[in-house]
Unconditional design. Sequence first.
Length: 344
Amino acid sequence: MKPAEMMSGRALDGGWTVGDRIELGPNSTGGHFSVSYGVTAKDGKQAFLKALDYSGAFSSADPARELQRMTEAYNFERDVVAACRGMDRVVRAIADGKTTIAGADAGGIVEYIIFELADGDVRSHLAQVADVELAWRMRCLHHIATGLQQLHSAGIAHQDLKPSNVLVFGNQISKVGALGRAARKGHSAPHDDLECAGDHSYSPPELLYGYTDPDWTRRRLGCDAYLLGSMVLFMFSGVSTTPLLMNQLAEEHRWLVWNGTFDEVLPYLREAFNQILELFGSPISSAHLRGELVSIARELCDPDPRVRGDAKNRVRGGNPFSMERYLARFDLLARRASLGQFRS
């Protein structure tokens, strides 16, 4: 067995005891090179452990280089989550460490990070609750935007925001998690050279078509803005922006087929985007709510990252990807929804 698969029952530094392995679903937060467990503290507190599986490196074509890459990825994520201490809308890392399992393959070394334990993610919450109230959806979007704002204020871009990476605590709090694909300004990461650091199924179109903006803010924060807008569509349609966009495109204009430049395909992307916004808004009975959600999605998910985000900030020379105005808009929509002002 792989060392990371032999952690159950093990006592760790800090008084933690590893429990049963958690089998993650196909859409859940996690990675191909980690194994997940429940852990218990001395006082009975439950948490979530992510154990890095180094064993795959030893079967690669270049084991030493692959082991180095995986170690760098672990160190990067550990340092990023450490930089997020005090952010109340970002999943908190409680501890990290290393343990050695005697007699195991690959030297038996397992490095791990322990996170606070959520009750589930947004996808599972929406699936389990037949009629999630509108106010909860708007509060969740407000919490996501808050988490992004907190990350951005520390020079961190998430880059992999999706439903399985938004974790739910109780029925009131949502937090942004899974920072393994984040970008940190002024720091290098093993995945920095990838055109799409996050899940391709959710990535903004410019990255899928190979357009890499040299400006850190436009590339990284512009990606996060798109992913937040994509969460707006997911909350009300169950599908994120990128698959909706690709389904509206003719086959020859889709990113796996297209041979031209990003600017050449942009008119087709914009036409498809307008179509999905029209389809998205049509079932929403409240004209005001429909107008606000479509407006927010249009700004955040514009296919062209150069005009994405808050246009007023762009005109004033500020950061168009600032979350401030969207925080205010989501907050107002949540308060109005809680008062029943959007009922048909």
